[in-house]
Design a protein around this ligand. Sequence first.
Ligand SMILES: Nc1ncnc2c1ncn2[C@@H]1O[C@H](COP(=O)(O)OP(=O)(O)OP(=O)(O)O)[C@@H](O)[C@H]1O
Ligand SMILES: [Mg+2]
Length: 245
Amino acid sequence: MSLLNISNLHAKVNDKEVIKGLNIKIDYGEVHAIMGPNGSGKTTLANLIMGNPKYEITDGEILFNGKNVIGMPVNERARLGIFQSFQYPEEIPGVTVRNFLKLAYDTIYPDEKMSMFDFGDMLIKMADQLKIDRSFLDRNINVGFSGGERKKSEILQLNVLKPKLAVLDETDSGLDIDALRIVAKGINNVIGPDIGVLLITHYQRILDYVTPHFVHVFIDGKIVKTGGPEMAKELEIEGYESFAM
Ligand SMILES: Nc1ncnc2c1ncn2[C@@H]1O[C@H](COP(=O)(O)OP(=O)(O)OP(=O)(O)O)[C@@H](O)[C@H]1O
Ligand SMILES: [Mg+2]
């Protein structure tokens, strides 16, 4: 049984069909990269996996560990172990990074009952590792964060919450070279036999640091070709035109 098994998915937003017969299977231990043109539906796919209710699924299945998650609310999917990092992480005034993560952690791991003190220790360790200033932990989520700081904060969340499936939407965009390395390290930290990763990206450069097992070309609402890591390099040279159908 696959960790994630999406078959023949069709979905609409505002009455416009955006996902048009998408199939993908992700197993534990695998890293999948999705590359595709602007507006092809990659973020929509990420939102559908996480359960954003803005989108209407008209056909197909999304199975997570064999269980159909269509119709399941976002918080339940998070509890099952699905994590999404956002292309445009939003500000949440009034909620600190620390409090948000503690609440999320307690929801996902209700049996651990970690004290705020031990949790704080863990956060500091992770922040130091990811070269995130400790003061960020007590700032409101993303409020006044630079683009790169937001992305690093998403990677902090990923490392703390340790999901079973991580859907990372352009976590590498807008990063300077040092931040890219840090974010890549944060992704590599969590990669292993207990997680599957779906990495949406426009650039081959992140794949120099995070090696995918599969690269998918995503055009007009579906995957049109799947290959190995070498395909990302070919795409960078040839562009998407030869794949358009
Ligand atoms: N909430 C929404 N309201 C209206 N249209 C939407 C909405 N979400 C997505 N769309 C449309 O669906 C299409 C796919 O958008 P999506 O954000 O999934 O593309 P993408 O592949 O992530 O693009 P990019 O590479 O630019 O991030 C676009 O035409 C977009 O305008
Ligand atoms: Mg997008």
